[in-house]
Structure formats: C-alpha cells, structure tokens
Design a protein around this ligand. Structure first.
Ligand SMILES: CC(C)(COP(=O)(O)OP(=O)(O)OC[C@H]1O[C@@H](n2cnc3c(N)ncnc32)[C@H](O)[C@@H]1OP(=O)(O)O)[C@@H](O)C(=O)NCCC(=O)NCCS
Length: 184
C-alpha cells in the first residue's frame, strides 16, 4: 500500500524526455536483483538499496536496465542522492546526468550526497557544493568521519566529501544539461 503511494509520487516526478535512447521509470520489486548487482559492480556503497527509493534507466530498445539511482531519507530527516551508477558500456552518454536530474525533479532542498573527491565536478553541474563538517546534518557528520577513517580508504588514499544542494543551480531538462555540460 505504502509502496504503491510512493511509486505514484515518484512517477509524477519524472519529466525526462527520451532523447538518449532510454526511459527513466520508478523501480519495481522485480528490479531489486539488478539494482543490487549494478551498485555492487560499481563498487559504491552497497547498503540500503531498497527498490522503492530507486529510479532506473532502461535501454529503450533492448529493455535492459542500464543505470540506477535513489534518494534515501535518514533518521535525522536529511535526504541523500545516492547509488548513482551506469553500466560501463553505457557511460559517458549523459545517462548518469539524466538520472540525477530525474531524481532531483520536484525534490525540495536541501539534498545531500557523499562521493569520492574526484567526483565533485560531476555534481557541481546540478547545483551541489562541497560543505564543511559544520554545515552537515548529524547523519552526514557521523558518516563523513566514519568513512574517511576506514582503513582501506586511508590505505588507498580515497577521500570522501559531502556535498549539499540548497536549491541553487540547474535542475533543467537533459537537453539543457548536455548544453550546459559542454560549456562547463
Ligand atoms: C559516475 C557515473 C554514474 C556517471 O555516469 P555517466 O552516464 O557516465 O555520466 P554522464 O555521461 O552523464 O557524465 C559523464 C561525466 O561523469 C563524470 N565522471 C564519471 N566518472 C568519473 C570519475 N571516476 N571521476 C570523475 N568524474 C567522473 C565526468 O564528469 C564525466 O564528464 P566527461 O564526460 O566530461 O568526462 C558513472 O561513471 C558510474 O556509474 N561510475 C561508477 C559508479 C560511481 O562512481 N558512481 C558515483 C557515486 S558518487
């Protein structure tokens, strides 16, 4: 019942035109294994992957899932753009950006995300800005400290940052985003 309601809210949000040979739609229960597989293969946070929170990009011809992303809500009410992943053979075609824009559509600020420092420029184009510990919600303050202290990240020199969208910047259509991308 709750899932149905949430799905209809998600459906109402999607306004991404099918200009990239793909469709974006809310995930269904049957998509769970593929969502989990794509996120794990991308080697990003493999926890909290509830299909109810996901939008998926589907190849318009083949019908297979080529990208995923979600917005999840934490205990302190902060909302996170997360689990953005596109299968390797479909990357660099604007699909990741289209998923982010579809997720942000009708979303109210603030929205947070955590990413590796080198991903910052990808998210800046959507209006996200890196923030310091003082500007983080309780959940992100805790996670930021925890993740950056992980031995494997320290060993590999991985640095994770928190970014916040305050309502500034672009949430426009995919077409506009590609034009903007080439200008940035
Ligand atoms: C990040 C990701 C979702 C982007 O999807 P995409 O469909 O290729 O993205 P788009 O075509 O819309 O945009 C491409 C941009 O992604 C950014 N990008 C992708 N991988 C990157 C990386 N490892 N480091 C820095 N930027 C990266 C670049 O800005 C690139 O722009 P460019 O084409 O000018 O080089 C995809 O590369 C992916 O699934 N990566 C593995 C999972 C991951 O790291 N997810 C992000 C978690 S924070």
């Amino acid at each position: 019942m709750y899932a149905d309601k949430k799905q209809s809210v998600l459906s109402a949000r999607i306004r991404v035109p099918n200009l990239l040979g793909m469709n974006i739609r809310p995930a269904q229960e049957k998509d769970q294994p593929v969502i989990t597989r794509i996120v794990r293969a991308a080697r990003i946070n493999p926890f909290d992957l509830k299909w109810q929170n996901f939008l998926i990009a589907e190849d318009a011809n083949a019908g297979n899932i080529i990208g995923v992303g979600q917005i999840k809500t934490h205990g302190d009410s902060s909302r996170e753009l997360a689990s953005i992943a596109v299968i390797p053979e479909k990357q660099k075609q604007g699909i990741g950006a289209a998923i982010v824009r579809a997720l942000m559509q009708n979303e109210k600020p603030p929205l947070y995300l955590m990413c590796r420092a080198e991903m910052e420029s990808f998210y800046v184009r959507f209006g996200f800005r890196q923030i310091g510990v003082d500007a983080m919600s309780k959940y992100f303050r805790r996670m930021f400290r925890l993740v950056n202290a992980m031995p494997e990240f320290l060993r590999e020199g991985v640095r994770v940052i928190v970014m916040k969208w305050d309502g500034e910047g672009s949430r426009q259509s995919t077409v506009v985003s590609r034009q903007t991308n080439s200008e940035s």
